[in-house]
Design a protein around this ligand. Sequence first.
Ligand SMILES: [Zn+2]
Length: 71
Amino acid sequence: MGIVMISCPETQRAISTDIRVDRATFHSTPVFFSSTFCPLCRVKHEWFAKDAWVCDSGLADCDPSCESQVA
Ligand SMILES: [Zn+2]
């Protein structure tokens, strides 16, 4: 299981959506969108699954290269 991460459009920082999912499930449902409260901007950002990635380490600073390393 991993945590779905998105990139904040304002700060370009990785933020956690607090959504727990395993990578296979995440990639089998590629089209959905959600919104996540961003602690950096203090607003909700809407995002699409294609803009998100799954971080197995659960680190708040997990960046998109994390998934490509373990995929
Ligand atoms: Zn933000």
